[in-house]
Design a protein around this ligand. Structure first.
Ligand code: PFF
Length: 452
């Protein structure tokens, strides 16, 4: 452990779980999971996704926490202190810094939409509107470059504001109130969904697997999303793990975070798909899905405007607690490795993320027809690059390091802190050594068309 730099630690175990769950639970659960499930045909995709979470995501999350906790530094520094100052493994850390930064740039665009929707809901813009009219409102927002960039900037400033002030006081405190609230509201939406005329169709869509819909791309999406939703492969959980103490039981903590994350995603799906089917919308309508369906539910409810404000507020907060973890990766790197001040590092990275994010913001309007990136818009391209390739590759490297190259068996056995569940270590080791790397490699090769 480096004793020359005073290093902050989480105020409490529960604070850590909430911060890490805050990182994991975000747009990925409420915005992305439903729409990629829709695009990939439902049930079979959900099954593969759950398999990836359990067999690949959970063990890799434990590995990231373990690496961070032993390294006691940012993602690059942690690899350096474990594998050596000159070790090529530091590249994995750099890749994490790059990936989380790129992710932040386009994540802020979508998160900005939720800010806009808070204001619209508060002014009653959705009340009494038909599904078509609500659809049109979404179209009108994203096709306005000024509005999208404005909200993107607001979101980035909010993220910078929190990260500058340190994550502990602000985010730990607020997470304790807002995360449970989000959960309650999702439960309400879930009950609403389950009692709506589309309930049966929604349930069938999500849980009746039709394996003929499982294309190589669906497998890749499921794998990539399991990394995305658990914030893996981007240095985030290494960085968060570095603020943990030796005694923490990484298995139990990771399991809790994973269960919370999965529950929120499933609840979001079960809240949204019934509405989609009842309103005759297309489940495969893409990134606009949650923004087009949730206002429909609320517009018909008593106190609908109020509930809609609350929902988008909480969505924005979920996004915020994820984006601070993305920004924290590069800030921790600059502070720990380069000796920068926290304020300078945070503001500068926030500004760069804003600039790099502008083409993403314009991908829904000015640059919608500009698709030189393998036929995709800039937004779709960076999203695909990060979600389907960089995160799984980052996770693969973590698994390979933990499974094959990190020889300190005694240190790795500290996985359960003081816990005595001896069966966990060999099982985890088997998963990070063989199963997780194999799954990532097979799915990537399958996507490249290598299996015909
Ligand atoms: N897990 C976040 C979500 O589901 O929205 C996204 C995310 C955060 C991915 C942080 C990666 C990361 F490092």
């Amino acid at each position: 452990m480096n004793r020359t730099t005073p290093r902050s630690q989480w105020a409490s175990r529960i604070g850590f779980v909430l911060a890490a769950a805050g990182s994991a639970i975000g747009l990925g659960n409420i915005w992305k999971f439903p729409y990629i499930t829709g695009l990939n045909g439902g049930g079979a995709f959900v099954l593969v996704y759950l398999g990836c979470i359990l067999l690949v995501g959970l063990p890799i999350m434990m590995a990231e926490f373990l690496i961070g906790r032993h390294g006691q530094k940012d993602a690059v520094g942690s690899f350096a202190s474990l594998a050596g100052e000159r070790s090529p493994w530091r590249m994995v850390g750099w890749m994490g810094v790059f990936t989380s930064f790129l992710l932040f740039s386009f994540y802020a665009v979508v998160a900005g939409w939720s800010f806009d929707y808070i204001v619209r809901s508060a002014t009653g813009a959705f009340q009494g509107k038909s599904a078509d009219e609500i659809n049109a409102i979404f179209g009108q927002l994203v096709t306005s470059p000024v509005q999208v960039i404005f909200w993107q900037a607001v979101f980035i400033v909010a993220t910078v504001g929190i990260v500058v002030g340190g994550v502990r006081g602000g985010i730990e405190r607020w997470s304790k109130i807002l995360m449970p609230l989000l959960f309650l509201l999702l439960l309400l939406l879930f009950v609403r969904g389950m009692t709506s005329p589309g309930a049966r169709a929604g349930l069938e869509f999500m849980f009746r697997p039709d394996f003929s819909k499982l294309t190589p791309n669906a497998l890749l999406d499921a794998l990539g999303h399991s990394f995305f939703t658990l914030s893996l492969g981007a240095g985030t959980m290494i960085t968060y793990g570095s603020y943990l103490d030796r005694k923490a039981d990484l298995f139990t903590l990771s399991l809790r975070i994973t269960i919370l994350d999965t529950l929120v995603a499933l609840l979001a799906g079960l809240a949204i798909f019934p509405v989609v089917f009842a309103a005759g919308l297309e489940p495969s309508s893409g990134p606009g899905l949650v923004f087009q369906t949730i206002p429909i539910v609320f517009s018909a409810l008593p106190f609908g405007s109020f509930l809609a404000v609350l929902f988008f507020l909480l969505l924005a907060f979920a996004a915020l607690s994820s984006s601070i973890s993305m920004l924290e990766v590069s800030v921790a790197y600059l502070v720990d490795e380069k000796g920068w001040g926290r304020t300078l590092a945070t503001s500068l990275m926030g500004f760069f993320a804003f600039v790099i994010g502008i083409p993403s913001a314009l991908s829904f309007n000015k640059l919608a027809q500009f698709t030189p990136f393998f036929g995709r818009t800039f937004f779709d391209f960076v999203d695909k690059l990060v979600s389907s390739y960089l995160l799984p590759l980052g996770g693969l490297c973590v698994a390979l390091y933990a499974g094959w190259f990190w020889k300190a068996d005694a240190e790795k056995r500290e996985l359960t802190g003081d816990g005595d569940r001896a069966w966990i270590y060999p099982l985890w080791h088997l998963l990070v050594r063989f199963i997780a790397p194999l799954a990532v490699v097979v799915i990537l090769l399958n996507q490249a068309g290598l299996f015909g």
